[in-house]
Design a protein around this ligand. Structure first.
Ligand SMILES: Cc1cc2nc3c(=O)[nH]c(=O)nc-3n(C[C@H](O)[C@H](O)[C@H](O)COP(=O)(O)O)c2cc1C
Length: 221
């Protein structure tokens, strides 16, 4: 499905039906994870039975305890890990949305709550809840393009479309603490303004920006 449509349809879902994901979809998700793990040098893993992953008090308050499955996002620990997880993890989130399922990135979770494989030198960064939502979520409150853009003079159409898609990206506590800078040579920088999980946010936002800019412009590199 068109990635732009998937971006518009995706919202965080925290309450799930007590229904397992069909084997065919599980297998598709696993194939996609294999591909992304290779591309991003990551160790994302789908745990079909989320077990006690979301048994923390905060999860009980915010929901997520009902999620049947979870993706544990781990990878080789270096300074790029969080951003890579955001970038490739969001690709996975959009792919899963296209299978008719729902998701929620979750930094609050019990790392020991499910059977996870963590190899030497790897670190678990975050989780993604997966399942059939009881609802489809709702659009988040958003900053305006002017609040995040840093650009002088005229902006190419693809840049504004990239920003539009970036503002639809999930960010931790909906903080949207980023700026998107257009340089004179038309290169683009996503600037992380800090906050919890802001490096993961940066990767997610970069993925959304690229989808928008590549879909709407052939001069975007
Ligand atoms: C890095 C990251 C961490 C998050 N952690 C949590 C979490 O621990 N619990 C939760 O309920 N939602 C969590 N979220 C979901 C955000 O609250 C949500 O993405 C944001 O409010 C925007 O809403 P939307 O995803 O529906 O667009 C997280 C999102 C991101 C990107």
């Amino acid at each position: 499905m068109d990635k732009i449509v998937l971006i518009r349809e995706r919202h965080s879902v925290r309450n799930y039906e007590a229904k397992h994901i069909e084997a065919e979809k599980i297998s598709k998700i696993r194939d996609k994870i294999d591909e992304l793990n290779k591309e991003g040098n990551l160790h994302l893993q789908l745990i079909e039975d989320a077990g006690k992953t979301y048994n923390k008090l905060l999860n009980r308050f915010a929901g997520l305890g009902s999620a049947p499955s979870v993706i544990i996002c781990a990878g080789k620990d270096d300074e790029t890990l969080e951003e890579r997880i955001g970038y490739y993890g969001e690709d996975l989130v959009l792919y899963i949305q296209g299978l008719g399922l729902n998701t929620c990135w979750a930094g609050t979770f019990n790392k020991m709550g499910a059977e996870t494989e963590v190899n030497e030198g790897e670190k678990i960064v975050i989780s993604i809840a997966v399942g059939y939502g009881k609802d489809k979520g709702k659009p988040h409150k958003s900053k305006t393009p002017e609040q995040v853009i840093e650009a002088k003079g005229d902006r190419p159409y693809w840049f504004d479309k990239g920003v539009e898609m970036a503002l639809l990206a999930p960010t931790a506590i909906n903080q949207q603490k980023f700026k998107i800078r257009l340089n004179d040579d038309e290169s683009v920088e996503i600037i992380d303004k800090g906050g919890p999980f802001s490096k993961v946010d940066k990767g997610i936002v970069r993925r959304h920006f690229e989808i928008g800019a590549k879909t709407y412009g052939d001069t975007y590199k």
